[in-house]
Design a protein around this ligand. Structure first.
Ligand SMILES: [Mg+2]
Length: 347
């Protein structure tokens, strides 16, 4: 809608200025010819011809300097709309408080590895995790960056790997899933189930009893963790959190941690997290020897940022400023434009 209005206004502006420019010429020309004829002077009449010729030479010079070939071309091509946004100028979308703009020049795809959180980083939040939308252009960009980095691009998420693959299908990417419980170093490989033990069955049974709080409190067993959702029973949120925390405290010998999310709390072993999985991933080819660049927005991502500098890498926050990062992006849209820019600068 706004683009149409802008186009209308530009067309009107061009029409007005054309009329203003053509008007005086259209009036002055015939008037001058008439005056010269009326004067009856041969010299005056003759002088009119070189004067006209000089005007045409001057007009030719102006055309050569500023003229545009506008035939059969759309207005938007001939005159760039004022509202046009240069997609590579993603810095305009950065949060103002960002300590450093994530300049594409700082990213060397030959020597770096790209590690990307998904929800809130690559994808905009949706009312529920199932409702997120993956733009087709993002699949293309990630696939191209995977090839460009010789396989050194990985998703880092709290979601299970199977869930990631459904989201990005048919694209399959190296990935860390389940907050570090699952690790896939290369597409086509399977995460080794033995690297992360399942959550203790006793803990699971006790946590499952939280669902007794009422209808709408749902249990999701991910094997290595157990999540309790209360999106359908928002009034139960506080009670669920309190009960889950007290159950965790009732197992003092087990290293448990509860990760609160949007209308969900997930209990897992504290022995693994995104940071331990990223450290493991960075020891495996093709990631080994590369400098990790990590983008994330979650509380769980905050543990990853400190392990990056010792590996020669750095991180960027999304949606907020996080201490220890090299800068921040305003939102996932800015992240996606930035990723596109990493490829565009090479074409
Ligand atoms: Mg996130």
């Amino acid at each position: 809608m706004s683009a149409i209005v802008a186009r209308e206004i530009r067309a009107l502006t061009i029409a007005v200025f054309s009329a203003l420019a053509a008007g005086p010429g259209g009036v002055a020309g015939p008037w001058l010819v008439g005056t010269l004829i009326d004067s009856g002077s041969r010299a005056g009449g003759f002088a009119g011809y070189p004067f006209g010729a000089a005007l045409m030479v001057a007009a030719t010079a102006v055309h050569r300097r500023w003229g545009l070939a506008a035939e059969r071309r759309s207005l938007a091509v001939v005159a760039r709309p004022l509202a046009a946004v240069d997609r590579t100028r993603w810095s305009d979308r950065m949060t103002r408080a960002g300590t450093m703009m994530p300049a594409a020049e700082a990213i060397d795809l030959d020597t770096m590895a790209l590690l990307l959180d998904i929800d809130g980083t690559l994808l905009d939040f949706a009312p529920t995790p199932r409702e997120v939308w993956v733009p087709p252009t993002l699949r293309r960009t990630l696939g191209a960056l995977l090839a460009r980095t010789d396989g050194a691009l990985a998703l880092v998420s709290g979601r299970a790997l199977a869930d990631l693959d459904l989201l990005f299908a048919p694209l399959e990417l190296p990935a860390i899933g389940g907050h570090g419980a699952e690790l896939r170093v290369a597409a086509g490989e399977r995460s080794d189930p033995a690297r992360t033990p399942a959550l203790d069955p006793m803990v699971k049974r006790k946590l499952a009893s939280v669902a007794e709080l009422g209808p709408g409190v749902l249990i999701e067993d991910k094997g290595y963790s157990l999540a309790l959702h209360w999106r359908l029973a928002p009034d139960k949120g506080d009670a669920v959190i309190a009960m889950v925390r007290s159950i965790c405290d009732s197992f003092p010998d087990l290293p448990l941690e509860a990760l609160p999310g949007k209308a969900v709390i997930e209990v897992k072993s504290a022995t693994f997290d995104k940071a331990t999985a990223v450290a493991e991933l960075m020891q495996r080819p093709p990631f080994a020897g590369r400098r990790p660049v990590f983008l994330g927005d979650d509380v769980t991502d905050e543990r990853v940022f400190p392990i990056l500098p010792p590996l020669g890498g750095f991180g960027f926050a999304v949606g907020r400023d996080i201490p220890g990062t090299a800068g921040s992006f305003a939102d996932p849209t800015a992240v996606r434009a930035w990723l596109d820019g990493l490829l565009e600068r090479e074409t």
